[in-house]
Design a binder for this molecule. Structure first.
Ligand code: PEP
Ligand code: MG
Length: 580
C-alpha cells in the first residue's frame, strides 16, 4: 500500500510507525513482548488514581451541592468497574500489544459508538461521561506529563513518526537519532518543523493525506523525502531499490565535501558569502562541518520550549554558540514568536491569525515585553565570547525599528557592554519597499523569503491547501526582492537572504542576478549551493533576473530558471575532462 505526499527533506527512512495526533498529545505505538506487563500495571495505576479523583470530587459535591450532583461522579466511579471499559482495555494491551493510551482511546470510541446507536436519550448522553472518564484516565496515565519525547526514548528504534501535524516546539525536543523519519497529514516545506528536519538531515514527507488513520501503529513504514512516497509494509526488493537510490544521492552529496574549505565564487570570479541557519544550539557542529562562513540566522524561539529562556540559561547558550563559531559571526535573531509558541494552533483560527498578523517579532517590544529585554541583556552579557550580531524579526516600519533599537541602546548602557551590530529582517512587503528608511537604523538587513512570499501573496505558508499558490518565484515577490536590493545598495547597507530560497541551488542564481551576494541557509544545502554557484556567470544571472522580474507569472519564471539550469549543467558537463 502506498501514500503520496510531498517530499520536503531528502533521504529514505524505514521503521515501525509511532502515530501521534492532536499536537502530539495522543500517542499510539505497539509494545514489545516484554513491555506488556508494565503497560498493564500503568493502566491499573491510572485506574486507581482516577478512582481517587472521582471519589474526592463526588464527596466534595455531596457536601456543597447535594447528592444529585454528586451522583454523576459516583456513576463515573462505577464505570471504572465496567468490564467494557477497563477489562477490555487491559485485554487490548495483552492481545493487540498496544500502549495503554491507545487502548483507552479505542474502548472509549467503541463505547461511544455503541451508546450513540441507542434510541434512548438518557443512554446516548452517557457518551459524554464515558469520554470524561477516558480523558481522566489518559491524564492519570501520565501524571508526570510524560511527553512524546520521553516515550521516544523508550520505544525501540528505528521509528517513523506519523503525525497529523507536529508543533516545532515538540519537534525540537525529540531525539531524532531515534526517529528515522517523519510523515505528516498536513504541513508545508517552510514550516519551522520541516526547516528543522532539513537542517538535521531527517527525511520527511508532508501533505500525506490521512496517514494517521491509514498507518497502523507498529506497522513497517518507508518514506522517501525526495519523491514524497510512503510505503506501508514495503516489499524488500522495492525497499532495496529505494535505499540504493538514497545511497547514491548521499554519495553524490559527500563528493561535494571537497568544496568545504573553498570560498564560494561564481564561474566569473565574483565572491559570495554563504552562512548557515541554525535552530538548535546543540547542532552547531553541523554548521562548521558544512563550511559555513558564520551563522546568518539563529532562530532563538526554539529556546522558548524546555524552559530554556531564563536570562542565565540564555547567556550560557549564546556564549556556547559564539565560542563554537569564533571568530566567525553569529547572527542571533530575537524571539520571533507570537502568543503561545508551544502550542501554535491552540485557540483555533483566531490564535493562528494572531500568530501571523498579531503581536509578533519586534511588535512585542512596542508592547514593552519583558521577555525581549531579558533576551537583549543575555545577548549583550554573552557578546564577548565571539562575534555577535542581533537580528530583529518581523520589522514593518522604520519607526518600530527605531524604537526597538532605542531599547537595545538603553540596555547596552545598563549592562555597560559594547555596541553590537543590529539588523532587521525584511519579510513584510512594507519593509521591502522602505529599505532606504530602515537602513538608517540598522547595520545590516536580511530578507526572509518564507514570510515575504506569504505576506506578498496573502498565502499562509503552513496551509497545505494553498501549497500551489505559495510561489516564491512569483514576479511580485521578485520585484520586492529587487527593490530591496537596489535600495540597500544605494544606502550602502549590507543585505542578505536567509529564507529557504537561499538554500535552493535552482533559485540562488536568480538572487545573484537580483544583486544579492550573501546567503544563509540550512547547513546541508551549503555544498550544493556552492557547487551551483561555481558554474554561474553573473552577467547571465543578471539577464535572467531582469527577464524574471518582468515575467507575467511564476510559471514563466520557472521556465526561465529551467533553461538557466540547463546552461549551468552544460557548463558542468563541459568541465568534465576525458581522462588522459
Ligand atoms: C523567513 O521568513 O524567510 C525566515 C527566514 O524566517 P522564518 O522562516 O523563521 O519565519
Ligand atoms: Mg520569518
Amino acid at each position: 500500500m502506498k501514500l503520496q505526499g510531498r517530499g520536503v527533506s531528502a533521504g529514505v527512512a524505514v521503521g515501525r510507525a509511532v502515530v501521534a495526533v492532536r499536537e502530539a498529545t495522543q500517542i499510539r505505538y505497539r509494545l514489545s513482548a516484554s513491555g506488556v506487563e508494565r503497560e498493564r500495571q500503568r493502566l491499573r495505576t491510572a485506574r486507581e488514581r482516577t478512582r481517587q479523583d472521582l471519589e474526592e470530587i463526588s464527596e466534595r459535591l455531596a457536601r456543597t451541592l447535594g447528592p444529585a450532583q454528586a451522583s454523576i461522579f459516583a456513576a463515573q466511579v462505577l464505570m471504572l468497574d465496567d468490564p467494557l471499559l477497563m477489562k477490555r482495555a487491559d485485554e487490548l494491551i495483552r492481545t493487540d500489544r498496544i500502549n495503554a493510551e491507545w487502548a483507552i482511546e479505542r474502548v472509549v470510541d467503541d463505547l461511544q459508538a455503541a451508546l450513540a446507536r441507542e434510541g434512548d436519550e438518557w443512554l446516548r448522553e452517557r457518551g459524554g461521561d464515558v469520554s470524561d472518564v477516558g480523558g481522566r484516565l489518559q491524564r492519570n496515565l501520565r501524571p508526570d506529563h510524560t511527553t512524546l519525547a520521553d516515550l521516544i526514548e523508550e520505544i525501540e528504534p528505528p521509528v517513523v513518526l506519523v503525525v497529523d501535524e507536529l508543533p516545532p516546539s515538540v519537534a525540537a525536543q525529540l531525539d531524532w537519532a531515534r526517529v528515522g523519519g517523519l510523515v505528516c497529514d498536513f504541513g508545508s516545506p517552510t514550516s519551522h518543523t520541516v526547516i528543522l528536519l532539513r537542517s538535521l538531515g531527517v527525511p520527511a514527507v508532508v501533505g500525506a493525506g490521512r496517514a494517521t488513520s491509514m498507518v497502523a501503529p507498529g506497522q513497517m513504514v518507508a518514506l522517501d523525502g525526495v519523491t514524497g512516497e510512503v510505503l506501508l509494509d514495503p516489499e524488500p526488493d522495492v525497499l532495496e531499490g529505494w535505499q540504493n537510490r538514497a545511497a547514491l544521492t548521499a554519495a553524490a552529496s559527500r563528493a561535494l565535501d571537497e568544496l568545504r574549505d573553498r570560498p564560494a565564487k561564481t564561474a566569473d570570479g565574483v565572491r559570495l558569502r554563504l552562512e548557515a541557519n541554525l535552530e538548535l544550539a546543540d547542532e552547531v557542529s553541523r554548521v562548521r562541518e558544512a563550511g559555513a562562513e558564520g551563522i546568518g540566522l539563529f532562530r532563538s524561539e526554539f529556546l522558548l520550549d524546555a524552559d530554556g529562556a531564563g536570562e542565565e540559561e540564555q547567556v550560557e547558550v549564546y556564549r556556547g554558540l559564539l565560542a563554537a563559531m569564533a571568530p566567525l559571526p553569529v547572527t542571533i535573531r530575537t524571539f520571533d514568536a507570537a502568543g503561545d509558541w508551544r502550542h501554535p494552533h491552540r485557540g483555533g483560527a483566531a490564535a493562528a491569525h494572531r500568530d501571523r498578523f498579531g503581536v509578533r517579532g519586534i511588535r512585542s517590544v512596542l508592547q514593552h515585553d519583558a521577555r525581549f529585554r531579558t533576551q537583549i541583556r543575555a545577548l549583550l552579557r554573552a557578546a564577548d565570547a565571539g562575534t555577535l550580531r542581533i537580528l530583529l524579526p518581523f520589522v514593518t516600519t522604520a519607526d518600530d525599528l527605531r524604537f526597538a533599537r532605542g531599547v537595545i541602546d538603553e540596555i547596552t548602557r545598563e549592562v555597560g557592554g559594547r555596541r553590537v551590530p543590529v539588523g532587521a529582517m525584511i519579510e513584510v512587503p512594507a519593509a521591502a519597499l522602505t529599505v532606504d528608511a530602515l537602513a538608517e537604523h540598522a547595520e545590516f538587513l536580511s530578507v526572509g523569503t518564507n514570510d515575504l512570499t506569504q505576506y506578498t501573496l496573502a498565502v499562509d505558508r503552513t496551509d497545505d491547501w494553498l501549497a500551489r499558490q505559495y510561489e516564491a518565484t512569483s514576479p511580485a515577490v521578485l520585484r520586492l526582492l529587487r527593490t530591496a536590493a537596489v535600495q540597500a545598495r544605494r544606502a550602502g547597507c549590507e543585505l542578505s537572504v536567509c529564507g529557504e530560497m537561499a538554500g535552493d541551488p535552482l533559485l540562488v542564481p536568480l538572487l545573484v542576478g537580483l544583486g544579492y551576494r550573501r546567503f544563509s541557509m540550512t547547513p546541508t544545502a551549503i555544498p550544493h549551493v556552492k557547487h551551483a554557484l561555481s558554474t554561474l556567470d553573473v552577467r547571465q544571472a543578471t539577464v535572467l533576473a531582469r527577464r524574471a522580474v518582468l515575467a507575467r507569472s511564476a510559471h514563466e519564471v520557472d521556465q526561465l530558471l529551467a533553461s538557466m539550469a540547463r546552461t549551468m549543467r552544460d557548463a558542468v558537463d563541459g568541465s568534465i575532462k576525458e581522462p588522459a
